[in-house]
Design a protein around this ligand. Structure first.
Ligand SMILES: Cc1ncc(COP(=O)(O)O)c(C=O)c1O
Length: 454
């Protein structure tokens, strides 16, 4: 019979939290685990955990080094910054390497995540009269790509993972629904099995928006390789970055051909012209979303850093989660795959907005700022979306009876608003030191118990 757990230390040892704290060993500092409720909050005049506030930085640029420099220089020296001239395209090399990395047949590099989404809609043939189901909390681009395609955005609630609630998708499906777009947000992954099961039953394609989760995995598969088509963004705040940039990924040759054409003036260039001989009989009106060679060069270099960034983020957030796991009343963000999540933010559910706001104030005073969920927008509640603003009064999205009837606004997503109002997160950074992580743990362990019961 194991010994009964009598002391707090025994409890922490049992759940392995001291194992996590031992990452802080060497500093001789285990105090962080035993002070909660005893130390005066900085908010109330106590000594802050840190004098200089902890800040995370955009990940990718912290890893810029000779690899990106060399790739960029090669483009300059080649004097061929356009992807289709000069033979050894960096963009093409990046596309091949990225597709191989995440395990898909095809990747198309484009100018941004937004244009990747628009390209994905075009590949799927989404247009006027169609409806596309989106999470109520994601980035403008998901809504805008649907509207720019002439289709109608229909919002579903998120759940405690901050991703679209599979249970709410089904209620939004109509005979006009043409696609479902789950977003893998803030380093978390959407529950793809449940989403794909619903999609399959209704014969609907799924577009994975991976902009906030490049390098994330769901049940062993990389996001962007799981559904019919995936998109990514390489803008500054993403896992790897060239400042701006995006990608479309798919295993489906028809979607690939349509996406290729849409991103490049409707055309197919070598090496694809040969591959798709006998494909689409004619092109359609399209865009130019081609990536340039400088961007491709940086991304080719950044891709080599992707796994390092992801594994450091995962390790850091795991250490923090483990070292706070015993806190009474602790509720962490739900995860569809704790192993695959990037762990870019450690989110807590603080039960009420008022309690969350006090947590934010107290953490800021401790020098370990926490923030409400960010990087996305509660789309139905956004004024321009609530007003159904478009670039032309006769825009097709809102001309149909359904488009006229649909009502957005806060009333359209009360559960989403409630979940986000209760949440606060501490951003991780791949270069946080053990001291930094120890401060995160100390601050949470100091502040959370001081909030009192919900
Ligand atoms: C979820 C999500 N989708 C799409 C995008 C659009 O990406 P981009 O900024 O590269 O256009 C973003 C950008 O922040 C995003 O967060």
């Amino acid at each position: 019979m194991p010994e009964p757990i009598r002391t707090r230390r025994q409890f922490l040892e049992t759940i392995g939290a001291l194992g996590a704290v031992s990452i802080f060993a060497g500093s001789g500092e285990t105090r962080a685990n035993f002070t909660e409720g005893e130390e005066k909050l900085a908010l109330e005049g106590g000594t802050p955990v840190r004098k200089i506030a902890l800040r995370s930085q955009p990940y990718g640029p912290q890893f810029y080094d000779d690899v990106e420099k060399r790739e960029l220089l090669e483009v300059l020296e080649s004097r061929y910054p356009f992807r289709w001239w000069g033979g050894k395209s960096k963009v093409l090399q990046f596309e091949k390497a990225y597709a191989a990395h995440i395990g898909v047949k095809h990747a198309i590099a484009v100018t941004s995540g937004t244009t990747a989404l628009y390209t994905a809609m075009a590949a799927l043939g989404i247009g006027p009269g169609d409806e596309v189901i989106l999470p109520a909390w994601t980035w403008y681009a998901d809504h805008d790509a649907v509207v720019l395609s002439g289709a109608l955005p229909v919002f579903a609630e998120i759940d405690e993972s901050f991703a679209i609630d599979p249970k709410d998708i089904e209620a939004r499906i109509t005979p006009r629904t043409k696609a479902i777009v789950p977003s893998h947000l803030q380093g978390g992954v959407a529950d793809m099995d449940a989403i794909l099961e619903i999609a399959k039953r209704h014969g609907l394609p799924v577009v994975e928006d991976c902009a906030q989760c490049a390098g994330g995995r769901y049940k062993g598969k990389y996001v962007g390789s799981i559904a019919d088509i995936g998109i990514n963004s390489f803008q500054l705040s993403k896992t790897i970055t060239s400042g701006e940039g995006g990608a479309v990924t798919t295993n489906d040759p028809k979607l690939f051909e349509r996406a290729l054409r849409f991103h490049d003036v409707g055309s197919l260039r070598a090496p694809y012209a040969e591959e798709f001989k006998g494909g689409l009989p004619a092109a359609f009106a399209a865009c130019n979303f081609r990536m340039n060679e400088f961007t491709g060069a940086v991304l080719k270099g950044q891709l080599q850093k992707l796994e390092t960034i992801c594994s450091r983020l995962r390790a850091n957030s795991r250490k923090v989660r483990k070292a706070i796991a015993d806190l009474p009343g602790l509720k962490l963000r739900k995860s569809a795959d704790p192993e695959g999540d990037l762990g870019s933010v450690v989110f807590l559910d603080l039960d009420t907005k008022q309690r969350r706001n006090k947590f934010l104030r107290a953490m800021a005073a401790e020098g370990v700022p926490a923030s409400p969920p960010s990087g996305s927008v509660i789309l139905p509640a956004d004024p321009r979306i609530e007003k159904k603003s478009t670039i032309h009064p006769a825009w097709p999205s809102f001309q149909s009876p359904e488009g006229k009837a649909i009502r957005y606004g806060r009333e359209a997503c009360p559960r989403t608003i409630g979940i986000l109002d209760r949440a606060a997160g501490v951003n991780m950074d791949p270069n946080f030191s053990d001291e930094d992580l120890k401060d995160v743990v100390r601050a949470i362990r100091k502040v959370l118990p001081a909030l009192g019961p919900a």
